[in-house]
Unconditional design. Structure first.
Length: 162
């Protein structure tokens, strides 16, 4: 009974966290293209049983805003629809959204985010959604207008120039 109560409380916290992050979608028009980054969980399972489970939270943008996101699986024959917006780039499928701190999953996340930002094909993505990062440490992102932020996620409108 104790386990059931603790698991229920844990899932209620996930629900609160997800609802907070998903408020970012209120700032996205239907049909938008959203580029997402989420941190790699790396060794978190060895430290904390409660993983953030954010790697595919952006999938809600597909059903709530009819958006294209860069994190969905591409498995031959697995989808009834084909991802077209970022075709020909490495940002058309999972795990293009995952940021792994270097070296060996022990370094800070923001340098990796800043290193990968110039690679985003801005002619194909309208928005950048960072989910699961400490926003108090976030550097200014060139060519990105902040639209929404909470303590560990933010949404930006991208300009066509870096």
């Amino acid at each position: 009974m104790t386990r059931l109560g603790l698991m229920s409380a844990g899932y209620a916290q996930y629900d609160r966290d997800f609802a907070r992050h998903l408020r970012a979608l209120d700032h996205v028009p239907p049909g938008a293209s959203i580029f997402t980054f989420t941190p790699d969980n790396c060794h978190a399972a060895q430290i904390d049983w409660r993983l953030p489970r954010l790697n595919h939270l952006d999938g809600f943008a597909i059903v709530r805003r009819d958006a294209f996101v860069n994190s969905q699986f591409i498995i031959p024959g697995g989808q009834l629809l084909g991802a077209l917006r970022a075709r020909g780039t490495k940002f058309n499928s999972d795990p293009s959204q995952v940021i792994t701190p270097q070296p060996d999953c022990d370094g800070p996340l923001w340098p990796e985010v800043m290193k990968r930002l110039p690679e985003i094909p801005r002619d194909r993505f309208d928005y950048l959604w960072l989910v699961g990062f400490d926003m108090a440490q976030a550097p200014k992102i060139p060519g990105a207008e902040p639209l929404y932020a909470d303590e560990d996620s933010s949404l930006y409108r991208l300009s066509s120039k870096n």
